[in-house]
Design a binder for this molecule. Structure first.
Ligand SMILES: C[S@@+](CC[C@H](N)C(=O)[O-])C[C@H]1O[C@@H](n2cnc3c(N)ncnc32)[C@H](O)[C@@H]1O
Length: 248
């Protein structure tokens, strides 16, 4: 169910992208159309007044955050007075010894606030027995494999997203949601292709909402490979994609 206008524009942009695969002189026009539709999507997304309410989710039930890097998003959320920090489970892909200094400080701060921190959690395989079986929310802020490989025409980032969605769907409450925040750029949306990933994983896109990093005090955002070059320093517009599971 893709409801609001911006979501419709994304579908339009995607179908235009599909036209790119047809050879011949229509290719350039289709590319321009797709780029224009995406630009319009980004403007429409920014016009939405509502953002995804991460704090509200923490008040309802257990919320798992995967691929948290330096844990600064989870920490910012846990410190929000509207959040219930005790329902936050913040996880890193990296083993504890590989977490950066900032991440260790944030982990201590999260524990002090009553949140749980786990290391070495792979978003593609959420079998970790310390994770809740019925989560209210499972979120991945700015997933990135740090590679640019494609296998059978699918990028590593698309494969990460779809495997995460499938793993998360299996640990979600009936009314639960999966949230993934991505940069709004043709490159990122093309690489992740969230609608196709959702379909593969037995999920559905419920809505796409703007995400403002500046709303989260202390949120640093690290890159997978090179902390000195943040994707967010180049692209400011971001969106949270909200999914549910359709295979119950
Ligand atoms: C661009 S960083 C974003 C970090 C953090 N979520 C943030 O918003 O600042 C991408 C993160 O994805 C993590 N990652 C990559 N592959 C992963 C996987 N299979 N499971 C969990 N996390 C993964 C990396 O360790 C890295 O921390």
């Amino acid at each position: 169910m893709m409801s609001e206008n911006a979501d419709f524009v994304y579908v339009h942009a995607k179908s235009n992208m599909a036209v790119l695969h047809t050879a011949g002189n229509r290719q350039l026009n289709a590319k321009e159309d797709a780029a224009a539709a995406l630009e319009r999507l980004f403007v429409l997304l920014e016009q939405k007044r509502r953002t995804f309410d991460f704090s509200a989710a923490t008040r309802i039930g257990k919320c798992v955050f995967v691929g948290e890097g330096d844990l600064s998003f989870a920490r910012a959320l846990a410190r929000d007075p509207k959040s219930c920090a005790g329902n936050i489970i913040a996880t890193t892909f990296e083993a504890e010894r590989s977490v950066c200094l900032e991440g260790r400080t944030n982990a201590r701060s999260l524990s002090d606030l009553g949140a749980k921190v786990l290391h070495g959690v792979d978003a593609r395989n959420l079998n970790e027995r310390n994770l809740p079986t019925m989560a209210e929310l499972i979120a991945f802020q700015f997933p990135n494999t740090g590679t640019r490989r494609s296998v059978h025409g699918r990028t590593d980032n698309h494969v990460l997203l779809r495997r995460f969605l499938r793993a998360a769907a299996s640990r979600l409450k009936l009314s639960g949601r999966i949230a993934v925040t991505l940069v709004n750029s043709p490159h990122h949306l093309g690489a992740f292709d969230p609608p196709s990933a959702a379909q593969w994983a037995g999920c559905e896109v419920v809505e796409v909402l703007p995400f403002y990093r500046s709303a989260w005090s202390g949120y640093g955002h690290v890159n997978t490979n090179d902390a000195s070059e943040s994707a967010l320093s180049k692209y400011r517009s971001c969106s949270t994609w909200v999914f549910n599971s359709v295979r119950r």
